[in-house]
Design a protein around this ligand. Structure first.
Ligand SMILES: [Zn+2]
Length: 293
């Protein structure tokens, strides 16, 4: 039996992430999401995903150059995936400012560690995705045949602080991904989150370029702008993906709220919860026990 859904957007609620990579931002992020986010062991998270019958895509994190904070190491992500291969898939955190080292790291993460995507946060990493200095990195990612996920829209991190703790919203405008998608038609790009307040800009990009997708993480489906959900039900049903943004939003909350929405056929629900992600991740249509390529 295949699992119920693929959660495309899962952060590790470990001390290494919350008290390491996110340390100065954690309290305000908790305020923004109106929830306490305690540190947990990944065994506990595996149990939760098991109970909910979900596959989770675990996201690495490396914003070391811009923030001076330690990365959540790709080796740590890979170790969790090795322990729970039926429950988790790993995406590598890559710091684009690390240049040649970033290119070597993404190759190592995929070839040696078995990770299956690259994760960027242009806000925290303080870079504009369409800057051609990063094109050699995108070339490598394209050559490796893995998708790249970029945070889009406003940032929960830094929200509610003077100067947004230095984080510039311009970095996370989706339009810069449009340039990358145009220049790298073979690269699968996932915009993380509904991209508010530029969600219509993002929908335009997705309509225009078949290599671009959106995950719906970070927002309860109840509050995602209506125009996004209308597109998800109809024209863009093959391009929209379920993601929770755990531990800031739990998958049980997200899925419960999604269940409560009218207007989604079972066929479309299946695409959003499973089919679209399975295609991007090149999963076998069959079982969770073969989640590795
Ligand atoms: Zn996230």
């Amino acid at each position: 039996m295949k699992p119920k859904a693929i959660d495309m957007h899962v952060h590790l609620p470990t001390a290494s992430f919350l008290e390491g990579s996110l340390k100065p931002y954690r309290a305000l992020a908790e305020q923004f999401f109106r929830t306490a986010v305690p540190c947990r062991e990944m065994d506990e998270v595996a149990k939760l995903y098991d109970e909910l019958d979900l596959v989770g895509v675990l996201l690495g994190w490396d914003a070391e150059t811009a923030t001076g904070l330690p990365p959540l190491k790709n080796d740590e992500v890979a170790a969790v995936v090795r322990k729970y291969p039926a429950r988790f898939i790993g995406f590598a955190g890559v710091d684009p400012w690390k240049g040649k080292r970033a290119i070597e790291e993404i190759e190592r993460a995929v070839v040696e560690l078995g990770l299956r995507g690259a994760k960027f946060h242009p806000g925290l990493q303080d870079f504009r995705p369409d800057d051609t200095r990063f094109y050699p990195l995108y070339e490598k990612i394209t050559e490796l045949g893995i998708p790249a996920i970029f945070h889009t829209g406003t940032n929960g991190i830094g929200a509610g602080a003077p100067g947004g703790m230095g984080i510039k919203l311009d970095r996370t405008r989706p339009i810069y991904l449009d340039t990358v998608a145009a220049d790298f038609p073979e690269l699968t790009i996932i915009g993380a989150h509904p991209a508010w307040p530029w969600h219509e800009e993002m929908l335009a990009i997705i309509s225009h370029k078949t290599n671009v997708f959106m995950d719906l993480s970070g927002w309860s489906p109840k509050y995602i702008p209506r125009v996004v959900m209308d597109e998800a039900r109809t024209r863009l049903q093959d391009r929209i993906l379920f993601g929770s943004d755990y531990p800031f939003i739990t998958p049980q909350r997200w899925l419960g709220d999604f269940d409560g929405l009218d207007g989604f056929s079972n066929e479309v629900r299946e695409k959003i919860l499973w089919g679209n992600a399975a295609r991007i991740l090149r999963l076998d249509p069959a079982p969770a026990s073969s989640t590795r390529r």
